[in-house]
Design a protein around this ligand. Structure first.
Ligand code: FPP
Length: 248
């Protein structure tokens, strides 16, 4: 699709929040007879490229699925490598994030991550907290069903303490307990992209994607370049979002 370089995007119809399931690192590496971790390294490099591109296009929030609660099932070597990627990424890329006014947010069950990974994530959030541009939101040790259970537990605790009645639980009250509540008005993605030809959600943002437009591309994540991003946004802009209502 990289021949679609010329797609014209409508600046007034930019998706505010783009979420990406960055899939296909392993297959990208295999095609090149490289170890899987080489695919993850190339994937990490591509995070930089797409972060800058999305920021330049005026996207408000870019959410990237970097590690799921199910990814612990992978071989220990690969898990260790994936846990080290945020360290490599932030150590190298913080100056560019600062230069691009990008603010880092991280969501997931962070206390289960290695101490070094937690520290670098904490530092990146801290260092970029006053930036006012795009939010780069990493989902790290994130799983949507777990997130929904955690939210439910918090509400039940409030109810048990007599602070909440069943009828108080509205969609807004529930969404406030989800990890995306930190993203405010942009909590729900407008556009979800999944690379590598797989067409499933894999426990990603199940609540938040209720009305998102879904775009799937065969491209492996390390090859997903600026033109691929523009192409996905172009597809999004052709869609008629009705949110259950009628045509405008
Ligand atoms: C899926 O590809 C990808 C992952 C599980 C890891 C994604 C992580 C990155 C792209 C780097 C993240 C960067 C930072 C800064 C945290 P896969 O391994 O499932 O590929 P396959 O389906 O081809 O095997």
């Amino acid at each position: 699709m990289s021949n679609e370089q010329t797609v014209q995007l409508a600046p007034d119809k930019m998706p505010n929040h783009i979420a990406i399931i960055m899939d296909g690192n392993g297959r990208w590496a295999k095609r090149r007879l490289l170890p899987r971790v080489a695919g993850h390294k190339a994937g990490m490099e591509n995070v930089k490229t797409i972060t800058k591109a999305a920021s330049h296009l005026g996207v408000k929030v870019l959410t990237l699925y970097a590690f799921s609660t199910e990814n612990w099932k992978r071989p220990a070597d690969e898990v260790n490598y994936l846990m080290d990627l945020p360290v490599k990424f932030f150590n190298k890329f913080i100056p560019e994030l600062m230069a691009n006014n990008v603010k880092v947010n991280i969501m997931g069950y962070l206390t289960q991550l290695p101490a070094k990974t937690q520290q670098v994530c904490h530092d990146a959030v801290e260092q970029t907290k006053n930036n006012t541009g795009m939010i780069l939101n990493f989902a790290l040790n994130y799983g949507s069903r777990a997130e929904i259970i955690t939210a439910t537990q918090k509400l039940v605790e409030q109810a048990a303490a007599g602070e909440l009645l069943p009828e108080d639980i509205t969609e807004d009250v529930f969404a406030q307990q989800l990890m995306t509540s930190a993203l405010g008005e942009y909590a729900d993605p407008d556009l979800l992209i999944r690379t590598s030809g797989e067409e499933r959600l894999s426990n990603f943002l199940l609540w938040q994607l209720a009305y998102s437009e879904l775009v799937f591309t065969d491209c492996f994540w390390p090859d997903f370049d600026v033109n691929e991003l523009r192409q996905a946004i172009w597809q999004y802009q052709q869609r008629d979002r009705r949110f259950g209502g009628l045509h405008k």
